[in-house]
Design a protein around this ligand. Sequence first.
Ligand SMILES: [Zn+2]
Length: 217
Amino acid sequence: MTDFNELFRHAADFPDEAWGLYSFYRDFVEKRVPLKEKYNLILKAQDIGKEEAAKISGRFQTARPEHLAALMKLQIGWSDSPVNDRLAVFALFEPPDRILLSRTSVDAAAELLPDEDIESLLIAHEIFHFVEEEAEKPLFTRTFRVRTNRWLPFYSPVSCLSEIAAMSFAKNLCCIDWSPFALDIALLYHLKPEKAVETLEQLAVYMQELETLKRIK
Ligand SMILES: [Zn+2]
């Protein structure tokens, strides 16, 4: 079996944009957005996460996610079963003010990554969803729409942009140098090691797509 540490190092080496595509390809509107626009949207969502992290830590004078959650009067709860029907989920934000962490998922990842503060990263991620919810002027991650029908004027939000921004928010708040999306590798490895390997192979393909895009530019 492949060594987890080696896999994780590999995962942490992928740039945020590759993880952004990873998130995009799991969004149901993915096919409606050409690669170049995906790339630009990813960069924009990352910037939003970074800006909001700076604003929030400035306003509350702390970057510690647990402290921020307390100052923002958010409740943090734990679930003993997976927090929704998808197994590979770490946490959820339940509006208006509750963050729910999955005990099983967090414990599994913490065992594989004993040196990382996984709880803080997850809390930070969910705080971003609260920020989105509370924003007086809705954030771009919530307002952007993509047309889903060629003939009829149907539009849909692009929910992966919120996820990409939330990961960037967590990364910047917690000052880590790898994309928190890489935590998925720990969860996948725990559930099914070959899935973790497959995901990294997909990321290598996304990297090639990004390289091609940059060459065309
Ligand atoms: Zn999220």
